[in-house]
Design a binder for this molecule. Sequence first.
Ligand code: NAD
Length: 492
Amino acid sequence: MIDLSFRPEDITLPVGHFLSGKVVSGGKDIAVTSPGNGSLLAYVPEAGPELVHEAAQTAARVQRESGWATCAPRERARVLRHWADLVEQHSMELARLETVCSTRPITQTVGWDIPFLAEGIRFFSEYCDKIGGDVAATSSSLLGMTIYEPYGVTGAIAPWNFPLVMASWKVVPSLAAGNGTVLKPSEMTPFSAVRLAELAVEAGMPAGLFNVVQGTGLATGEAICCHPDIGKLSFTGSTRTGIAVMKAAAESGPKPVTLELGGKSPQLVFNDISSVDEVADRIFRAFTGNAGQVCVTGSRLIVHRGVAEPLIAALVARCGQVAAFAPWAAAASYSPIISEPQAQRILNLVENSVKAGAQSLAPCLRMNSEEGGIFLSPGILLVTDVKSPVWQEEVFGPVLAVQTFEDDDEAFALAEHPVYGLAAGVHTASMSRAMRAIRTLKAGTVWVNRYGRSSDFVIPTGGFGGSGIGKDLGRQAFEANLRLKSVLMAVE
Ligand code: NAD
C-alpha cells in the first residue's frame, strides 16, 4: 500500500488570488490555520471591491474576446477533458493542498475528492454540445426559435467543507456552458482552488476566464454578489448567508441564484430492516463522515421502537471506536473540526440540549490526537421534545439526535422540519413503505436503503425550503448557467 502521509511544512502553498492566468500575491490580511494541528499555514491577501471588479471585468472581456462561448462546443469540451486529465495527473499535489487546511483526511482526498472532481469535469464537458434550442410552431412566414446562451460572467462562492468538490460544482458547469467565472473559496481553505484554476489554463482555457479571488464573505463575497457585470450567482454555504446572497442578487440585478444551503436531514428506520448492523453502519457513517461537517449529514434518527434498543446500542458501540489523527497522517479517517469557534459552538449546542432535557447516550467530547488539532468524539442524544436545539439546529458536527416512533405517520410527522428540506434516508424492506416515504418527505433527495450521494453525476442535488434553490450536478446544473433567448424572424 502507498504511504500517503506528508508533512505540512514540506508543501508549497499557492498564496494569493488567481487573476488573468497568474497567482497575484501581496497583502497579508487573513491568517489560515490548520485544524489538524492548529499551526499557522499562511497569510492570504483579501480582495476588496476593486480587485473583484478587475476579476469580473477580466472574465467578461476574455469571455467576449477569446471565442470560448462561440467556438465549436466540442472544442470547449476537449479543453475541459484535458483539464480533468491534468487534475488526475496532479492528484497528489491537489489532495495535499486540500488536506493541509481543511478537515479532509489525505486518504479521502486522494481516494475520493480528487477523482470525483476530475470525473465531474468530464461529466459537464459532455453537455457542451448536447443542449440546443427549439424551433417554434409558427406560421410559414415566420421562423420562431429559442436559443440558449451563456450569461457572460457568473459568480461562485464556496464553503470550506469539501473545498474543491464544492467549488467545482459551481464553476465547471458555468465554464462548460461558455461563461467566464469569478470564484471565491472559503477564507479558511483558499489554496487548492488556485491550483485548480492554474491547471485549467495549462489545459488550454483562456487565461482570465476563470479567476479566483480570496477573502471573507463581507469584504469579497458581497462584492461578487453585488457586481453588475456578474449575471448569475451560485452559492453553497449556510442558510443565513444564502439569504444575504439572495438579497444582494435582488438589489444588484435582479440576477438568478443557485443556493445550496444547510440541512437537518432525517433518517427513518422501520422495524422491518433485515440487519441492524448494516443499518447501524450506514447511520453511523451518515453522521460522522467529515465529522458531521457535510450539508446532507443524517443528523436526526427516527427509529421504530421495535428496533430502537439494538440499533442505538450498535451506534453507541461505534462511537467509542473512532481515533483522531492529523488529516495528513496515513492512519487518518476521522476528521477534525474546522475551527475552535465551531467546536465550541457544537459543544454549547449539546450542553444546551442536555439542559433542555435531552438524554446523552454517547458524549460528544474533545479528543486528543498526537499532533494536537481540534477533534470531537461522535455524540448521540435521545430527544423527546421537537423543540430541543439538537433536533432543530444544524449542528455541523458529529452529533446525532434520536427520537422513537410507533407508527409510520408519526415517523413522517417527526421527519418534518420547519426550515430545512435537504435530504432524507429511509431504511426499510418494504417497497410500498419506501414509496410512501418518498412521496411524503419534504426533501430534495431521498435515499432508500443507503445514505449519501453516489458517483452518478447525472442525479441533481439541492434542497427545498431553507435548504436552497436550484440544483448542483445533473443536466439542471448545466442549464442553470444558460439563459434562453427567443427569436422571431420574418422569412417572406
Ligand atoms: P458560510 O455561509 O459561513 O460561508 C460560505 C461561503 O460564503 C464562504 O466562502 C464565506 O466566506 C461566504 N460568505 C459569508 N458571508 C457572505 C456574504 N454576506 N456574502 C457573500 N458570501 C459570504 O458557510 P460555511 O460555514 O463555509 O459552510 C457550512 C455551511 O454550508 C453549512 O450550513 C452547510 O450545510 C452548507 N453546505 C451546503 C451544501 C449543499 O450542497 N446544500 C454543501 C456544503 C455545505
